[in-house]
Design a protein around this ligand. Sequence first.
Ligand code: GLY
Length: 331
Amino acid sequence: MVTRRNFLHRSAIGSVAAAMGGTALASCSEMTKEAPVVSKPVRPLAISTWDFGTKANAEAWKILEAGGSALDAVEAGVMVIEADEANTSVGIGGAPDRDGRVTLDACIMAPDGHCGSVCALEHIVHPISVARMVMEKTPHAILVADGALEFALAQGFKKENLLTEKSRLAWEKWKKTSKYEPKINVEVHDTIGMIAIDQKGDIAGACTTSGLAYKMRGRVGDSPIIGAGMYVDNEVGGAAATGLGEAVIRVVGSFLVVELMRQGRSPQEACEEAVARVVKKYADYKDIQVGFIAVNKLGQTGAFSIQSGFNYAVKSNDKNEVKDGSYLVKQ
Ligand code: GLY
């Protein structure tokens, strides 16, 4: 019998198969997994991209456990990664653009739909907090570059040098060949995107990155674009993206994942379908990485990427686990 659930599940598989010329279906073993049946919503909960998400989740958890808001939790969580100089894809220490400038992108979204974002912001360690102030203290949703910096300084943020010695040396080395090539899983690190559900069941999200290493000056990726890099809908759930922003933007990936969940897909199915859509619109998909994480209102989670190597962190109750995401392209 074809139930609604089976029908939706088959549609997701069909899209991936069609996008790959019907050849890779058997390799998508994760697609046969059903989401666990949840009798009671799991909350609070935090889910973040990549293994470094465990540190972000642990910080967010302090707020969630104490009954604080999902919005405060996601901001505090990703700030830990922004401040980590060893991380070369987020905040201070992030890889610069071609000209050696560290330009940061971030966005934040509240349960009531309010959102704020900054693009190509320089000199500020915590773009996520500037994005929150854009949301809370201006009539706008997005500020970019010099305008975002002026606003941040007016709000009391300190101007700092974000180019660490490690990142400068890597950039100097890169300049010797100056190849402009997006790399899969650059050093197995990328954007941090986090979605949290608080004790009341409210959902918020945050996303922050230094973007593609050695990008053109002025390049903005998916991460600060609400709906592409991250999206939450308090009735449904939330999603965040990692990987090549240009590919995520083509399908407005995170919004797509949330809308698919609204239509009845599990978080896992929704992530798989979103990857299928990316693949369909990106002929060279075998050369890039894109991954999504998702959580629905019940606290069920999912993740899927084009390539192997993508992992994510989930914190709920006494567990703070790193999980390997399932993926499409099996070599
Ligand atoms: N996903 C990060 C970027 O493309 O900038």
